[in-house]
Design a protein around this ligand. Structure first.
Ligand code: CP
Length: 300
């Protein structure tokens, strides 16, 4: 490998690096990807369930010609034999793993592992902290749909407090000059949950006609004990339902990082609406992750 760069959060990349990453991802949509990972071993270590991120990284690694090892934490020695996370990382590196993609339920655990690994570590989501590759694919998708994001108004709606996606994506979109709105009840959103420039909005209905893109978020029940408000009140205030769909701008794209919960933050009709861009997000995720891995191992 020419580099041991890692990606723990979105601030690890400069705007110029992200622009180059997006340009290459766009090329990957048109032509076969180079075998930048030919002969290299990549391991995917997910301590938390994942459909999109895990499969997306695996597809990206295979497209780049990598050898892919998918690790199940329950089968590793750290599960029952007292081996520490950092010692596991040292062992994986000694076994010849060069690229390690990690998801962990605890904020900061991926950084701890990366410090011991001494290879290329990519954060696939750590607790409520960060999910930088989701931020990249969301920004890539929004730039495709809206062009220049300067001055564009992007609203994140729902459980912002527990959303690592929102925490990484809001920062990245601000860097691209977007105006970012956080829309949610006090139990899921206060000033402490978002960067200072983010506008906090309680009235979802009040912004429907005044935004350029909508990012709906799941209520992340696995990350807190007690729902801060009654489910019915949450749905009444923050679900994207038929009535709100009708009042949303005719061309306002609707994004969702997934997994989405029908009947909670969205109704079925959202998934059939032409403004629903979830499939593009998922497709773009493979391109963006392939481009990221190419750059991390080959340099910029
Ligand atoms: N968006 C996302 O992180 O989905 P998964 O949990 O399925 O990976």
């Amino acid at each position: 490998m020419t580099t041991t760069r890692s990606l723990l959060d979105i601030d690890d990349l400069t705007n110029e690096e992200i622009d180059a990453l997006f340009a290459l991802a766009r090329e990957f949509a048109q032509r076969p990807t180079p075998h930048s990972l030919d002969g290299r071993f990549c391991a995917n270590l997910f301590f938390e369930q994942s459909t999109r991120t895990h499969v997306s990284f695996q597809c990206a690694q295979l497209r780049l010609g990598g050898n892919v090892v998918n690790l199940t934490p329950a089968q590793l020695s750290l599960a029952t034999k007292g081996e520490r996370l950092d010692d596991t990382a040292v062992t994986l590196r000694a076994l010849g793993i060069e690229v390690l993609v990690v998801r962990h339920p605890l904020a900061g655990a991926v950084a701890e592992l990366a410090a011991a690994f001494e290879g290329c570590t990519v954060n696939a989501g750590d607790g409520t902290n960060a999910h930088p590759t989701q931020a990249l694919l969301d920004a890539f998708t929004l730039r495709d749909l809206l062009g220049d994001l300067r001055g564009r108004r992007v609203a994140f709606v729902g459980d912002i407090r527990h959303s690592r996606v929102a925490h990484s994506s809001m920062r990245l979109l601000r860097r691209y000059g977007a105006t970012v709105l956080g829309v949610g009840p006090e139990g899921f959103l206060t000033g402490a949950d978002v960067p200072p420039e983010v506008e906090i909005v309680r009235d979802f209905d009040g912004v429907l006609r005044d935004i350029d893109a909508l990012v709906m978020l799941r209520v992340q029940r696995e990350r807190f004990e007690k729902m801060p408000m009654d489910d019915g009140a949450y749905i009444a205030g923050y679900q994207l339902n038929d009535d709100r769909l009708a009042r949303l701008g005719a061309r306002t794209p609707i994004l969702h990082p997934g997994p989405y919960n029908r009947g909670v933050e969205i109704v079925d009709a959202v998934t059939l609406d032409t403004r629903w861009r979830y499939r593009e997000q998922v497709r773009n995720g493979v391109l963006v992750r392939a481009s990221l891995l190419h750059h991390l191992v080959r340099g910029w």
